[in-house]
Every structure is written in C-alpha cells, then in structure tokens.
Unconditional design. Structure first.
Length: 367
C-alpha cells in the first residue's frame, strides 16, 4: 500500500495546495485524483500569482478583459473564480460521494481585507455567489477582525476555510467562532449538514522561526529541539480539537446535522532541505484531518511505500515537553506566533499586489 493510500485509509484527506488553468485543462488535476488520492484543493494569493504570471494560459481571458475595460482587480477575481468553479466541477463526484466532506476547492478573500470585518463578510458572500458551486470553501484569515467575519459567514450558510492559524489560543478562538456561527445559522433556518469548515493550522513556518531562535541560543539543548516545534504545536492543536468537539454544546449541533470543523495541516512543505520531505505529513497522520500538500510534498509522500499510522494521539505529553523546553530557553511562543501571523498576512498581501501589478500591465498592453 502506498503512503497516500495508507493515509486515506487512516482518515487523512489529501488536498493539493495548488491550482492553475493549465493543471485543470491538461487533465492533470483529474489524474492526481485518480492516482494520488487527492480529494480537494486549496489556493491562496501566492498560488494564483504564480499561476497567472507563469504562462500564457490566461492570456486570452486577460485580452478579453482588456477589451472590456476591466480593472486589474476585476480581472484577477474573474480569473480566480473561473478556475475555482472549474475545479469544483472536477471534484463534484468526490463531494457527492463523501457527503460534502471532501471534493472541496478553496478561494480566498483579498488579504488586504484581513483587518476589516464587514468588507471580509461582504466579499465572502460575493465569492460564494460568483463561484456558484456547493463545494466551494471561502478562505478567511483568522485575524482578530477575521473571527467575527468567520462567524457571520457561517451564519449565512457559507462554508469557510479558516486560514493563517499559528497559535493554540487562536485555534480555540476559531473553534468558538465556528460553533457560534453554526448556532446562528440554525436560528436563521439553514441546514447545518450543508455548511462545512476546516481550520488551517500552519506547521513548517513555526519550525523556521523557532529554529532560527534556537540557533541564536546555541548549545546541545537548543540543537536537540530543532525542527520539533511545528509538529508539537500541531499535535497540541489536535488535542484541543478532541476536547472542543466533545460535550453538550457540540452534541447539540451534531444532532442537527453539523459536521466537525476538521484541522487542516497547512504549510506542510519542509523549508529545511536537511529534513525528510514528508516530515509534516507522516508525523501528523491522524483521523479527521486534512493535509494540504504542495505538489513536491505530494510526490514525495506518494513515493513512500507506507505510512506509520497515527502519529498524533498519544504524543501530547511529548509535544508539551518540546514547547516547554523551547520556552525554558527564553523563546516566547506568543511572540513567535504573533510574528508569524503578521508575516504570513504580509506575504499574501505582497503576492496579491504583485498579481494586480502583473495583470494591470497585461491589460494596458492589450488596450
């Protein structure tokens, strides 16, 4: 059994962290579904920036928008919506076969709205309507302003992929926003079985930041902790998941058809070439999760002969020990996670602005 098959059997949903018009039109996306157990797709501004800037697949559509006098932002959203809609159609059979759990495709609100609750809500509603497919997930960042937007989007019946989660405290706040949103959705008459959500918890970037600080500390104790914090942090998020999705509050929602908000392991490509390329896949294998992988990580995982089974439940004490040892060396967890959220958001904003600039130039050239 291949590792991708073993992970799927364990209850890990493999999603591809990439999308492009070329991947859809060439049949490659369908091929990955058939051969590598891919059951969903995530996107972000960086992915679309690379896709639209990297080839000629979008040239005819950009020329059409240029002739129609569209702005760069109008054009970019139209291109993204078209790709996500087409990908949703490719994944529709999986969506139907899994009762809406998988077969999902994500599209993100503008990262420049991350600190504007009302604008995020409005754009989430607009994107849901424009894509027009039941299996779309609208990505909303888990900023302080994003939390009430997540609640309101869910209350409106919009399925949401909550992104840019780095800390355990913020993860708990995301689950609170999710449950509150479902409770409000019930009050507004929505069918909870049709509302889906995942909570995207970022992994590798935690190691990158903490490892830099460990190297600055130096010594054997610091060296022994390198590249262990990301997995430890995610394992403790899963412990919180088990805790939060138990008890009368969740039971009442589940009785009305609600599905759990699964943890989604994001940023799972290793940043340190010395690490095994599948580190953040095999070490976070556990049921009721999604692992969204860049293509390179997906191929490395597919090349493995098997997976090692559940590597999360039963590892909580070890995870607490790792983060405790990191803190004992004077490295602030809160400082790290706050920095990562700010940097992660800025990276998406930079990619978004680069994308708008690239498309604006192409529009001007076509007029």
């Amino acid at each position: 059994m291949t590792a991708t098959a073993a992970l799927s059997a364990l209850g890990v949903s493999i999603w591809l962290d990439d999308l492009s018009r070329e991947r859809i039109n060439s049949g490659n996306l369908r091929e990955l579904i058939d051969t590598h157990h891919v059951v969903g797709v995530t996107t972000n501004p960086t992915i679309f920036q690379q896709a639209i800037s990297g080839g000629t697949d979008y040239s005819p559509a950009i020329a059409e928008h240029a002739a129609g006098g569209s702005s760069a932002e109008q054009t970019v959203f139209d291109l993204m919506v078209d790709d996500v809609r087409d990908a949703c159609d490719v994944f529709r059979p999986l969506y139907d076969a899994t009762d809406g759990v998988d077969g999902r495709v994500s599209i993100e609100v503008s990262p420049e709205l991350a600190h504007d609750t009302e604008a995020t809500i409005a754009q989430a509603d607009d994107l849901r309507t424009r894509v027009g497919r039941d299996n779309v997930l609208v990505k909303i960042p888990a900023t302080v302003a994003g939390l009430p937007a997540i609640t309101e989007a869910l209350a409106r019946g919009i399925s949401v992929n909550v992104t840019l989660i780095f800390s355990l405290e913020r993860y708990r706040a995301v689950v609170e926003a999710f449950m509150t949103g479902l409770e409000q959705a019930v009050e507004r008459g929505h069918d909870l079985s049709q509302i889906h959500s995942v909570a995207s918890f970022f992994v590798s970037r935690v190691d990158t930041e903490i490892d830099q600080r460990l190297d600055a500390v130096g010594g054997d104790a610091a060296t022994a902790l390198r590249s262990r914090s990301g997995v430890a942090n995610a394992r403790l998020a899963y412990q919180a998941f088990e805790e939060l999705f138990a008890g009368p509050r969740w039971d009442a929602l589940a009785a009305q058809g609600a599905k759990v908000q699964r943890p989604l392991w994001a940023s799972t490509g290793v940043k340190d070439p010395a690490l095994p390329p599948t580190l953040y896949v095999t070490e976070l294998a556990v049921a009721h999760t999604v692992n969204t992988m860049p293509e390179k990580t997906l191929m490395a995982t597919a090349a493995l002969q098997d997976a090692d089974g559940d590597r999360v439940i039963g590892y909580y004490s070890d995870a607490e020990g790792v983060l405790g040892d990191v803190a004992a060396l004077g490295i602030s967890y809160d400082e790290v996670t706050e920095k990562l959220e700010a940097e992660g958001l800025q990276k998406f904003i930079d990619s978004w602005r680069d994308l708008l600039g690239t498309v604006d130039e192409a529009l001007k050239a076509g007029r």
